[in-house]
Structure formats: C-alpha cells, structure tokens
Write a protein that binds this ligand. Structure first.
Ligand code: HEC
Ligand code: HEC
Length: 156
C-alpha cells in the first residue's frame, strides 16, 4: 500500500513538473505572456526609461487637425514649474504678460468655468496647462492610423 502511494505521488510530481516547464517555455518571466507597446518586462524588473524626445528650440507650430484642438507647444518646457505656488507658463501666456513676452495669449475659454461663467483670472480647470498641451516632437506614432484632417482645416 505504502509503495503504491509513493508510486502515485512520484507520477503526480512528474506531471506537475512537466506542466510547469511547459508553462515557463510559453511565458518566460512573470508577465503572463502579455506584451504592451513598451515591450515585455517582468514584473519584478525596473525597465529603463525611454530616451527623452528632442524638442528643437525653434520650430513652426504644427497646424491643428481638428477644430478646438489644444495647440501643441512649439518650445521646450524643461524646468517650467506648474504648481500651487507658481505657473511658469502664465508668466508669458497670461493676458497681462503676453504682449511683453511675445507669446500667444491664452484664449478666453481659459477664463471660463464649466458653466460658462467668465472669471477674472485663469479658471482652475485650465490651470494645469500640460493636461491638454504637449510639446511637439518628431515622434513616430505607436500605432498606425489613417486619420484625416477635417475638411475645413485642409490646405489642399
Ligand atoms: C519664456 C516665455 C514662455 C514660457 C515660460 C512659455 N511659453 Fe509657450 N510660447 C511662448 C512664445 C513666445 C510662443 C510663440 C512661439 C511661436 O509662435 O513660435 C509660445 C507658444 C506656445 C504655444 C502655441 C500657441 C499657438 O499659437 O499655437 C503653446 C500651446 C504654448 N506656448 C504653451 C505653453 C505652456 C503649456 C507653457 C508652460 C509649460 C509655456 N508655453 C511656457 C513663450 C513662452
Ligand atoms: C482642459 C484643457 C486645457 C488646459 C488645461 C489648457 N488649455 Fe490652452 N487650449 C485648450 C484648447 C482646447 C485650446 C484651443 C481652443 C481654445 O482656444 O480654447 C487652447 C488654446 C490655447 C492657446 C492658443 C490660444 C489662441 O488664441 O490661439 C494657448 C497659448 C494656450 N491654450 C495656452 C495654455 C496655457 C498657458 C495653459 C495653462 C495656464 C493652458 N493653455 C491650459 C485647452 C486647454
């Protein structure tokens, strides 16, 4: 009886061993075989960060592809603080400072509340500029698409 039990247990162990190594082959590491656009990284490894995109100092503003698109930022924003204490962007783009800095002033929508009420200062929902505006860079699209600019904004 004892022998039979032992034999059964050995066979069981053998099987789990096989199943295990089979799984390892299919999905090496701890990511369960899931690959994202960032590639495959095991859960317990820290993946090196991507290189920073290059933002040229001088470049034309890429035109909008649709109406009401937040324009891209044509300049570098390195070390520009936007926090409770300071908003570097507004030091050039606010209505008060725009003329002197030569920057486009923020449009009136940036002073409106969600209900359309116009405030005397930037609306809290437009305070964190980079929620909507991103610096423009020559970045390759991660996924292909055949989006076409709306008719009204086409040049040809
Ligand atoms: C030192 C002044 C300065 C600061 C600070 C600054 N900008 Fe600008 N920004 C400019 C100037 C000048 C232009 C116009 C450049 C051009 O047209 O080539 C511009 C252009 C832009 C545009 C394009 C506007 C358009 O007409 O399409 C956006 C969007 C923008 N900035 C966003 C930001 C954001 C967001 C920040 C903060 C992270 C910021 N800027 C900080 C000076 C500044
Ligand atoms: C919730 C999204 C959002 C936030 C936050 C936001 N913007 Fe905008 N911004 C837009 C959109 C959308 C437009 C284009 C339509 C418009 O003018 O409202 C725009 C337009 C602009 C323009 C071009 C204005 C023009 O007349 O062509 C500038 C400059 C700008 N934003 C700067 C800023 C700055 C600086 C901040 C931070 C203080 C900021 N934006 C925060 C969405 C946003």
């Amino acid at each position: 009886m004892k022998r039979l039990m032992l034999a059964l247990m050995t066979v069981g162990l053998l099987f789990t061993g096989v199943a295990h190594s089979h799984n390892e082959e299919l999905y090496p590491g701890g990511h369960g075989g899931v690959e994202s656009l960032r590639g495959i990284t095991e859960l317990d490894t820290t993946r090196p960060a991507d290189e920073f995109k290059h933002y040229p100092r001088d470049q034309g503003v890429i035109e909008s592809d649709y109406v009401y698109q937040p324009p891209l930022i044509p300049h570098t924003v390195r070390n520009y603080e936007v926090s409770l204490n300071a908003n570097k962007c507004l030091s050039c783009h606010s209505w008060k400072n725009a003329k002197e800095s030569g920057a486009t002033k923020i449009s009136v929508t940036h002073y409106q509340t969600r209900e359309g009420q116009v405030l005397s200062d930037v609306s809290p929902r437009r305070y964190f500029c980079q929620q909507c505006h991103v610096p423009q860079a020559d970045a390759k699209p991660l996924v292909g698409n055949d989006f076409k600019r709306v008719e009204a904004l086409r040049n040809e």
